[in-house]
Design a binder for this molecule. Structure first.
Ligand code: F3S
Length: 248
């Protein structure tokens, strides 16, 4: 008989759970409530929010009144400024781990450091962090990006919360050669690390892995990559039960 083992670390991470709870609480208290971008990278969860009257907008320009929920990835500083100007309500569901990175980026920028974000330049979390240091950060995603950096006087390294630890360590080592004075903050979120380690160790013990999560979720994609290293042909990434090829 087939045995199914659920990973020790599964389900929403702390930041996303908090954002979802915040959204459901706020919808009971306020009339028009919007999330700026999908609250999480999970289609089914977004549909559930919409069914409860929480609409998704892409830009603040679209809104003249109401309350906007800032999602767990966070947003650049100018989004808060614009919301205040437009007198919109703000419910800030930025994950505290992301807030911490934004704070470091702002503080060290003000102290004259060049901010280097190790992460994916297209990810909203990275764009958000960059928006706390005048959009002047160097964003490093690959070894090549790191090697191409100019030599800089003062460098402050932060890392996207969902990066893999091994890639961070590799890139940080290259970047450290590029600065006279370098400070670095390993800002990878522990939820990510725990999940990745649990997925790796579980995938070494089983014949097939099923990763359930949004196709656009960076966290989920990383888990799929890790599981594929152990089970290249028998790792299945699905969003809902209907996508599971059970007849295999
Ligand atoms: Fe989740 Fe926050 Fe970590 S949103 S993945 S707990 S940074």
């Amino acid at each position: 008989m087939m045995k199914v083992i659920v990973s020790n670390h599964s389900g929403f991470c702390f930041g996303v759970e908090k954002a979802m709870n915040t959204a459901f609480t706020e919808v009971n208290n306020k009339d028009s409530i919007y999330t700026l971008g999908p609250l999480i990278h999970n289609k089914q969860a977004v549909e559930k929010l919409e069914n409860n009257g929480i609409k998704t907008i892409e830009k603040l320009d679209e809104l003249e009144e109401g309350t906007v929920i800032i999602r767990s990835h966070g947003v650049p500083k100018n989004v808060y400024d614009m919301a205040y100007e437009k007198k919109l309500g703000i419910v800030d569901a930025t994950c505290p781990f992301v807030k911490k990175i934004q704070k470091i980026a702002k503080e060290y920028k003000e102290k004259g450091y060049n901010i280097i974000i190790i992460g994916n330049p297209d990810h909203p979390e990275v764009k958000g962090i960059n928006g706390w240091c005048n959009n002047e950060a160097y964003i490093v995603k690959t070894r090549d990006d790191a090697k191409k950096l100019p030599f800089l006087d003062k460098i402050c390294i932060v890392v996207q919360t969902t990066m893999s630890l091994s890639l961070y360590l590799e890139l940080a080592q290259i970047i450290e050669e590029k600065g006279k004075e370098v400070v670095k903050f390993n800002t990878i979120c522990s939820a990510t690390k725990d999940r990745q380690e649990a997925a790796r160790s579980l995938s070494q013990k089983v014949e097939a892995m099923v990763v359930i999560g949004g196709y656009h979720s960076s966290n989920t994609q990383k888990l799929v990559e890790i599981c594929k290293q152990e089970n290249p042909d028998t790792t299945f990434h699905i969003e809902t039960i209907n996508e599971l090829p059970i007849d295999l």
